[in-house]
Design a protein around this ligand. Structure first.
Ligand SMILES: O=C(O)C/C=C\CC(=O)C(=O)O
Ligand SMILES: [Mg+2]
Length: 433
């Protein structure tokens, strides 16, 4: 799989029904208004025939589904036009730990190594009434129909392409029902549907796989950018939050990346778009279950990003959601990496943001709640980090609104300055013509 694997939660009627009561109460307070997107990063994707690692002591649930595979670049595509942008479909398994909450991105439940088997693309044109079967060890364990999805394939592609430009090879997993089949080590799990080659994977104790995996997996065109939310206490209090007790981690999708001296788009009719200066750690070698003491050996160096957000789009589902943070152009990131030898103490760097020359944000990485060794140990405990993966470590206090025409400069001491200009939706669309 070359592209980004997007997935959607709460897209099956049975899930909405089961969570309806909870969604009227805190922290949700209202049912989701838009699709609840998440990302299955590259470490999760495996092929048919490969093993699903079973983490010791966890409950692992199969999530038989279908993946829509994007065939051509798709931006702001209508539902009626969507079929033209679909290359085909493949069976998939959105493996997960149990979902206990939809408030924060479910990285720990859904982004584990091998938790996204993806099958071969099949020449099936319409999957709006497709029965998907989960077969465990030769016995049918579950079946469900895509007719019970809240949004069908065309509606999902249209909704996602409204804020994210999709590229050929990107995939969208269409959702799973509330009830899932529990797996155990030794199981042979097959996802079956008419017209598709079966997707078969064995479930194997993760400790056995770790011992067997002696060669690095093949390189990937782009690394995953993990981002910390509320990792500075002053910023958490600025947003009226208590500092988190466990890292709050979300993923910035590749479609949102842009470079230095580029532009970022403020959508029409929004009230609050803000910048976030962040120190980004770049991983240099494969990291799996790394201790805090050894963690810095896995760092190649540092770069800088501006983690823009459109707060108007914030809903209390997988917050901050992809519409807020993963829109096209919302992640300016420096093209350079400063070698770690040049930054003797990454926990004592000043961060600053200027808007039109006025200093608006200032903080220091000395105030990180979860420091770099902690974050590498934390993430690598339940997933494998690969060279090129990045961790944006969060932003300090000092947010403010930015509007078209503003020049925004973010700086991390010793790492550099990233310059960016805000443009309107209209200007952006004109540049694309
Ligand atoms: O959910 C929220 O309001 C805040 C989440 C993330 C903010 C962020 O990107 C940061 O603190 O940095
Ligand atoms: Mg941020």
């Amino acid at each position: 799989m070359k592209g980004t694997v997007f997935a959607v939660a709460l897209n099956h009627r049975s899930q909405i029904d089961a969570w309806q009561q909870a969604f009227r109460q805190a922290p949700y307070n209202a049912p989701p208004k838009t699709a609840v997107w998440f990302i299955k990063p590259r470490n999760t994707v495996i092929r048919g025939g490969e093993a699903i690692p079973y983490p010791e002591g966890e409950t692992v649930l199969s999530g038989a589904t279908v993946a829509l595979i994007v065939g051509k670049t798709a931006s702001k595509v209508s539902v009626a036009e969507a079929p033209e942008y679909i290359a085909g479909y493949a069976l998939a398994n959105e493996v997960s730990l149990p979902e206990e909450s939809f408030y924060r991105p479910a990285i720990k439940a859904k982004c584990r190594d091998g938790f996204c088997p993806l099958g071969e693309i099949a020449a099936v044109n319409n999957i709006d009434n497709l029965t998907i079967i989960t077969d465990i060890n030769g016995h049918e364990a579950d079946r469900w129909s895509t007719a019970d999805l809240q949004r069908n394939a065309a509606e999902l592609l249209s909704a996602l392409s409204e804020f994210a430009t999709l590229q050929p090879g990107d995939a969208i997993l269409l959702g799973t029902p509330q009830s899932r089949v529990a797996l155990k080590p030794g199981d042979r799990v097959r996802v079956l549907a008419d017209g598709f080659p079966p997707l078969e994977n064995r479930v194997v104790d993760a400790r056995e796989i770790a011992e067997v995996r002696t060669v690095a997996p093949p390189p990937h065109p782009h690394g995953t950018l993990f981002a910390l939310g509320l990792n500075y206490a002053d910023h958490a209090s600025e947003l009226d939050f208590k500092p988190p007790e466990e890292p709050l981690i979300f993923i910035k999708a590749a479609n949102s990346f842009t470079g230095d001296k580029q532009t970022s788009v403020r959508p029409d009719n929004v009230d609050y778009m803000h910048y976030e200066a962040e120190l980004v750690v770049v991983i240099g070698k494969t990291a799996h279950k790394v201790s805090r003491e050894a963690a810095m050996e896995y760092v190649a160096g540092y770069t800088i990003c501006n983690d823009y957000a459109i707060r108007d789009y914030l809903e209390n589902y997988y917050r901050p959601n992809l519409r807020v943070k993963s829109r096209d152009t919302l992640t300016p990131i420096a093209p350079w990496i400063v070698d770690k030898s040049a930054i003797p103490d990454p926990h004592n760097l000043t961060l600053r943001t200027w808007v039109n020359g006025e200093l608006r944000q200032q903080g220091t990485t000395a105030d990180l709640i979860f420091d770099i060794p902690f974050l590498i140990a934390y993430l690598s405990d339940f997933m494998t980090l690969q060279p090129g993966d990045m961790i944006a470590t969060g932003t300090p206090k000092g947010l403010s609104d930015v509007v078209p025409g503003d020049e925004v400069v973010v700086e991390v001491e010793g790492v550099g300055r990233l310059v960016n200009r805000i443009i309107s939706q209209q200007t952006y669309e004109e540049t694309l013509k």
